[in-house]
Design a protein around this ligand. Sequence first.
Ligand code: TXA
Ligand code: MG
Length: 332
Amino acid sequence: MLHPLPPDAKRTRRLAADQEGLRAAAAILAAGGLVAFPTETVYGLGADATNGPAVAGIYAAKGRPTFNPLIVHVPDLAAAEKHARLDPLARRLGRIFWPGPLTLVLDRAPGSPVSDLALAGLPTVALRVPAREDARTLLRLLGRPVVAPSANRSGHVSATTPAHVLADLDGRIDAVVDGGPTPVGVESTIVAVEAGRLRLLRPGGLPVEAIAEAAGCTVEAGPATPGARPLAPGMLASHYAPSAAVRLDARQVEPGEALLAFGPDPLPGEDRAAVVLNLSTAGDLVQAAANLFGHLRALDGTGATSIAVAPIPGEGLGAAIRDRLQRAAAPR
Ligand code: TXA
Ligand code: MG
């Protein structure tokens, strides 16, 4: 799917996450370039959302097979109001959780300059206000909305460090802003707000329990009608795919397997594992989310043919972690 790099391939610049680096990043975006930048969840591959050809460049750089709609990043709630109609419930969620790892899918506002390609022709727009100060500074310096899917090649696990970004995209994008590792480690939670009701389109860095509590209503699961295509079309069953087979909820380790461990207690057969990485020896789901994609990449990089994954509880951030692991384990 991804073509070999042409001889005139771009050089990817490394920019510091300081005023000077962010200014340079904003200038590249303003000129239609592609810049990977850190958010609190994962690194995003940014383009000016109002520039159709720049948005198209994202799909080319990632080797994405289809035009999935992209998340539009804005610096604050006031900027969000320019691109979507926020009802009182959406505004309430925005006030409480923005900046933060929550993406709201809302009806697009008439007159929003976001390109149709970024929205894949949908009448809705997914909006998010990232929590990192450097990310919002970049958005303010540019003064335009930025679309940013995770900064990895299509089908790969999301990038949580500049090294992961470059492993996938070096030479294919103009620059990466080096802000170190991203603290949350899994992507934002995506919730659709429809006529005062909430639907969870993707579990993520903000626990759904917190959203339900703040909203004072339940968050329904999944697409509106059974059998309907998933409403976050990027949520393909086999996504986040390492080359190794992934075995979930392993009760023991088979000889030669790599082990993605969780918690203080060793699994039976752990001494037979080729390599072991623990998401959180303390059994802390927040720490586990932050380590998830880096550990998956590292284990996959050992060349092990199978990765056993220890049981991980499903509450709080565990829901997002289990969701990503199920996709990594899906047959392909
Ligand atoms: O944490 C995050 O959300 C990261 C950082 C970089 O902000 N971004 C991210 O983007 O995960 P991406 O493109 O990898 O995932 C975006 C998801 C896809 O599943 C896409 O289908 C869904 O958002 N999406 C975007 N617009 C939508 C819309 N209007 N309706 C439903 N789903 C939408
Ligand atoms: Mg992604």
